[in-house]
Design a protein around this ligand. Structure first.
Ligand SMILES: O=C(O)[C@H](O)[C@@H](O)[C@H](O)[C@H](O)COP(=O)(O)O
Length: 223
């Protein structure tokens, strides 16, 4: 795993956008399609903005989420809503998008059919991750109901997790699915997250899910 310090957040955003689009370009030289899994939250928006104008063969890129808050797409907390608003615009509007939320189903009910639908898109070609100060990534929240199962070696691709401190249930790729990505990028800003990431390296995966998925990846950090 490589830890890259950036002069500031704007530089980090530019560098991450460049690194990911380069990974996608490289993947498309060797494969018919590339799968690109992205997080929600407050960090990725500017990265999406920077990527959406880049010229690659977006029609051969399948964009999917690393995890979803279990709300409809027009809900302000929807990750699908964020991706459609900021990533799937400009040149990147041509990309294929695979939303997770299913009206009328719970996250637990939808997980098996999503796992089946995504099986032929594995391994993830390029993965972008964020991380919380509690060392969660995607929706692998330490200690939350569902996280232990999602971190098991034989976990299904998609798992439901119900963190007590989150407003809604979540669905998330399993740790194994995330860890199996070909190219991985984690973006974290601020001293708190840097300290949390360093602490995670010496903790068991159950207490620090980020450490179970970032091996061989690049960590992009700015203060
Ligand atoms: O759905 C989500 O919220 C994300 O997938 C989640 O894992 C996010 O990456 C972290 O919580 C960091 O969020 P920030 O970027 O807002 O700090």
């Amino acid at each position: 795993m490589i830890f890259k310090e950036n002069a500031d957040r704007d530089m980090a955003i530019m560098n991450v956008a460049h690194a990911i689009t380069s990974d996608l370009r490289k993947c498309l030289l060797q494969h018919e399609v590339a799968s690109f899994a992205v997080p929600g939250g407050t960090t990725p928006g500017p990265i999406f903005d920077a990527m959406s104008s880049v010229e690659i063969d977006w029609a051969r890129v399948h964009v999917m989420l690393t995890d979803e808050r279990w709300v409809p797409e027009d809900h302000p907390r929807s990750n699908a809503g964020l991706v459609k608003a900021r990533m799937l615009t400009g040149n990147a509007a041509a990309a294929k998008f695979i939303p997770f939320y299913r009206e009328g189903l719970s996250a637990a009910e939808a997980a098996p059919q999503l796992s089946e639908a995504l099986a032929d898109k594995m391994p993830i070609s390029v993965l972008l991750l964020g991380m919380g100060a509690d060392m969660h990534t995607a929706s692998l929240f330490p200690g939350a109901p569902g996280t232990e199962a999602a971190m098991a070696r034989d976990a299904p691709l998609l798992c439901a997790v119900t963190p007590a401190d989150q407003p809604e249930p979540r669905i998330t790729f399993s740790a194994a699915a995330l860890d199996g990505a070909m190219d991985k990028h984690l973006v974290i800003f601020g001293e708190d997250k840097r300290a949390a990431f360093e602490k995670a390296q010496s903790l068991p995966p159950a207490d620090a899910p980020i450490s179970a998925v970032i091996s061989g990846g690049i960590v992009h950090w700015a203060a």
